[in-house]
Design a binder for this molecule. Sequence first.
Ligand SMILES: [Zn+2]
Length: 470
Amino acid sequence: MPLVILFGLASSATAAPPGAFAIHSATDIGHEFSFYFDGRFGAQYVEPQGGADCRVWGTLSKFDLGNVNLLVLSSGATPCAYTPEDVAAVRAYLEAGGGVVVLGDFATFRGEEAYRLNDLAAAFGARFVPDAAEVPLRAAKELEAGTIDYYGGRVLELTEPGAWHVLIEDAARRPLLARRPVGHGALLLGSRGLCGRQPDASDPINASWLQPLLAQVASGKAVDANRPPESMPPENAVERGGLRIRYNDYMRPYADTIFDLYSRERPVLESILGVPPASGMLTSLILLPTGGGGFSSGTEIGLGVFWGGFPEKSYGMIELLAHEATHSWVLPFPEPMWNEGIASYVGILAGRGMGEAEAADETLKGWIDNARRDDPDFSKLDIAHGTGVPHSVAMAKPMWIFEQLRTERPDILARYFQAKRQLIDPGKVDDYTADDAVAVLSIAMERDLFPWFKSLGITVDRAKTALPVP
Ligand SMILES: [Zn+2]
């Protein structure tokens, strides 16, 4: 998933009118990297009220809460602890009037017993429990009962019931949303399912009552409306062998393991791809607390550290690293026909090259078998121009093509990228088409591949490239 991430970028929300109360939210993604990374919580519930949101990628206890009055804490099955320092920072901020919203749903990481968010909830007299909520829900009068959207989840238990005011409960009268004062501030604790459909939270449900409720929770502390809150990047960085790795304290235990894997994999990638990364690319890695994949912005790669069972299992991480690295390697011209397919294929080759041949071959077979359901002998679907080519075919047909060519020239991928680097000068051309890619591949194979590509149902034309096809 290619994404561009800009740290410290001020929110685009319009400034509040003079004298109006402003909400500045900070959404924590340091304990679990989630879909909230793009600021969607703020976009859904804070910015429509003239507020602004920033994200905490770093360690929570080191984040400056000075210009924030709504701290949003949400995480699922993550091993990242809410440390005593985190809890103390949240408590001090609440005491001074800050607002906190904690959204959870009981979940544990790889057979652990504890749900980490409970480290925080327990400090304030509540916990998330594994019992599923039962509909219909009942809401307190102030929430306009009857308009509660809910996609399911688990309930809370209030261990200090007298301190809390329950706002929503399930059919069995177990709390789903509750608030309490702490010092001059307010703490709102609720089921994550009240703020959007799992897992991507893309739908701003319950905005009609959540927006005013969040404004109330934030109201104990004034912020500078003319100065938007600023995101915090992962604050630790190590530089080794020209690569910078950035991580927060929760990710520290994984930094060495990832760096060791990268150090072993980098020469393997360079030999598969035949060239070093494009100049200025792949200089930085960010470790993300998630099992949900990664991203590449060219210079920087984000890696979901728990991907594919890492660190206990390594194949998935080898493939993910190679996939995201390949996106940097192919720049400044992304591959026209197979940008994603070739990235995963390089991952499979890297797996073979690093002693994980069995897992690599199984992965390749899985892709190809899947794609054959839609393109049985790979002669039908046009990956160069066809719209509506299924994802499985878009990914696997390039893998199959390169596997065919490899039987003739085992180093075809390296030869292809060497030829591309040599022939496609970013100073002279400004795009790289499917016709160009087949021409470069033909040059690398030292024979004209256009007729073969056409026989595979791929509409490419050697008359449309300026390159010297053999
Ligand atoms: Zn990708």
